[in-house]
Design a protein around this ligand. Structure first.
Ligand SMILES: *[C@@H]1O[C@H](CO)[C@@H](O)[C@H](O)[C@H]1NC(C)=O
Ligand SMILES: *[C@@H]1O[C@H](CO)[C@@H](O)[C@H](O)[C@H]1NC(C)=O
Ligand SMILES: *[C@@H]1O[C@H](CO)[C@@H](O)[C@H](O)[C@H]1NC(C)=O
Ligand SMILES: *[C@@H]1O[C@H](CO)[C@@H](O)[C@H](O)[C@H]1NC(C)=O
Ligand SMILES: *[C@@H]1O[C@H](CO)[C@@H](O)[C@H](O)[C@H]1NC(C)=O
Ligand SMILES: [Zn+2]
Length: 476
């Protein structure tokens, strides 16, 4: 047995050495990695003084803690900013005023039609085997219950596979989904599709375990989507703790009865705005580099991390450039998107409106995955463009933020891939992002002023240099 194992191990080792060699050969083969022209390398290196000025300005100069302080004032005053709410529109009005006060150019809102879902009151109670309140947050786009609520027995499913196996037990029941957290993109399928998957077999409502790795009894909301081929049933998230408890009770043979009451409804679409401000380019004003984050949020917490942080470091990038008296050759444009949370509604309309100018967009940056300690950016685009970004990254070695990873972009900028426009996002230590995401825990306390200073510097250096180089980034 032992012999067998070590032989197997030896084989595996040999294999892994082989694959290592293969990788080397492959990377050797790819090492016709675009070599940048000496002129371009010189041009980029020549920004080292400016990069240092940007870093100093942001870390210890007039910009120090500015993005954090501005964001705190903003979210303490307006709180969360749900699409369709007058609160979001009031906050946009104020944002336009702030951007004007900051001396930026061409400050304006671009109107878009956005979703208008309202939560109303909501409540869930476990009735059997014992009486207990279950903390819930209705999911975005959910319908409400009838006025008297829904009282039904519940079944707990750990996966869609289990739902298929036990589909005969689902009719007239509340289905509780308790999938283990794998990763956000994987596990979010239960939040997005759970209601319709269960409705297909006659469920009357669904309660979905919060999508996240950790909870102190916090439900986390988010968008869900109905499949028009089955009835729309009310759906809400519950805490990890309650999902596990219901799971244990069911497996212990207890009958579960739950009462659910939700007033949620979707109202007609309303007009909102993408918030835009610029530093007008001195040579190629029609060409643009976009930095962005979204201003809307869910209706819980303060929308500080998601995505006040991303929106405000993007503003800060322009603020730093203006504060240093710099004017890039092409236009540096800030966009604070509206109604990202329903699926990028605001950015999609921006794309539709501006895509005819796609060849004038050098790159779009989006920060919507946290503004914690940065280590660089993630990038999607051609190998040659990536090499240019890596060269710019060298200007950020002193703050440990020079890495350029693949898979850049995000909900609000991915539209532009259709036209092969490069996109990038902020790589940062966001390991705890989903602890707070879409919950009442998304407040200023999650963020750190000095980390935001670093993020702002990364954003400003990339944005300024790319807006000032002789050419727009090459396409794939
Ligand atoms: C290098 O940058 C400075 C400004 O920082 C500029 O005055 C100078 O012309 C640049 N040199 C080259 C060779 O581009
Ligand atoms: C920035 O915030 C940090 C952390 O709160 C604080 O220690 C520092 O003194 C602040 N710096 C400035 C310039 O206000
Ligand atoms: C919003 O939608 C309405 C109805 O579809 C349309 O008439 C209007 O032009 C849209 N407004 C904007 C700003 O897109
Ligand atoms: C909607 O449900 C039908 C029937 O189950 C299925 O064939 C279809 O793929 C679903 N559509 C989406 C968008 O999930
Ligand atoms: C960069 O990393 C080094 C080594 O870990 C550390 O000493 C330094 O403080 C870091 N710099 C910043 C700006 O975080
Ligand atoms: Zn977001």
């Amino acid at each position: 047995m032992k012999l067998f194992i070590s032989a197997a191990l030896a084989t595996m080792e040999a294999l892994s050495i082989l694959s290592g060699i293969l990788l080397l050969l492959l990377s050797g083969a790819q090492s016709h990695e675009p070599i940048l022209s000496e002129k371009l390398i010189r041009d980029i290196s020549n920004y080292s003084d400016i990069a240092l000025k940007i870093i100093d300005y942001s870390l210890t100069g007039p910009g120090a803690n500015q993005s954090y302080n501005r964001l705190a004032t903003f979210v303490d005053r307006y709180g969360p900013r749900l699409s369709g709410s007058s609160n979001l529109e009031d906050s946009i009005d104020h944002m336009l005023y702030l951007l004007q006060q900051d001396g930026l150019d061409n400050v304006h809102g671009e109107e878009v039609n956005v979703t208008h879902w309202v939560r109303g009151n909501e409540k869930a109670q476990l009735l059997e085997p014992r009486s207990a309140e279950l903390s819930i947050l209705g999911l975005g786009s959910s319908v409400g219950t009838p006025e008297e609520g829904i009282t039904a027995d519940a079944v707990v499913m750990r996966s869609f596979d289990e739902l298929e196996e036990r589909k005969d037990e689902v009719k007239d029941r509340i289905v509780v989904f308790n999938p283990p957290y794998v990763s956000y993109p994987v596990t979010v399928a239960y939040r997005v599709n759970g209601a319709s998957r269960a409705s297909k077999y006659g469920a009357v409502a669904t309660l979905i375990r919060t999508v996240g790795p950790f909870s102190i009894y916090s439900p986390h909301t988010g968008i869900q989507e109905y499949n028009s081929s089955v009835p729309a049933i009310p759906t809400a998230c519950i805490t990890i703790e309650d999902a596990n408890m219901l799971d244990r009770l069911e497996r212990a043979g207890e009958r579960l009865t739950i009462h659910l009451y939700m007033e949620a409804q979707t109202l007609p679409m309303v007009i909102s705005r993408n918030t835009v401000a610029e530093i007008k380019g001195s040579v190629y004003p029609d060409q643009v580099v976009v930095v962005s984050g979204h201003l809307d949020s869910w209706d819980v917490g303060q929308g500080a991390m998601d995505d006040g942080g991303g929106a405000f470091i993007s503003w800060q990038a322009l603020s730093i450039v203006r504060g240093l008296g710099l004017t890039p050759k092409r236009t540096l444009r800030l966009v604070m998107w509206t109604d990202e949370e329903a699926g990028g509604i605001g950015s999609q309309q921006y794309y539709q409106r501006h895509r005819e100018d796609a060849d004038k967009y050098s790159i779009l940056f989006e920060s919507d995955e946290g503004v914690f300690l940065p280590y660089g950016i993630q990038f999607s685009g051609s190998a040659e463009a990536k090499a240019i970004l890596q060269q710019i990254g060298q200007l950020l070695v002193s703050i440990n933020a020079s890495e350029v990873y693949d898979n850049g972009g995000g909900t609000d900028v991915d539209w532009w891939r259709e036209d092969k426009v490069p996109t990038a996002s902020l790589a940062n230590h966001n390991e705890h992002y989903f602890w707070y995401h879409h919950s009442n825990g998304d407040t200023m306390d999650v963020l750190d002023p000095e980390e935001m200073n670093l993020c702002s510097a990364v954003w400003a250096v990339y944005a300024y240099v790319l807006a000032d180089l002789d050419d727009v980034l090459p396409r794939g």
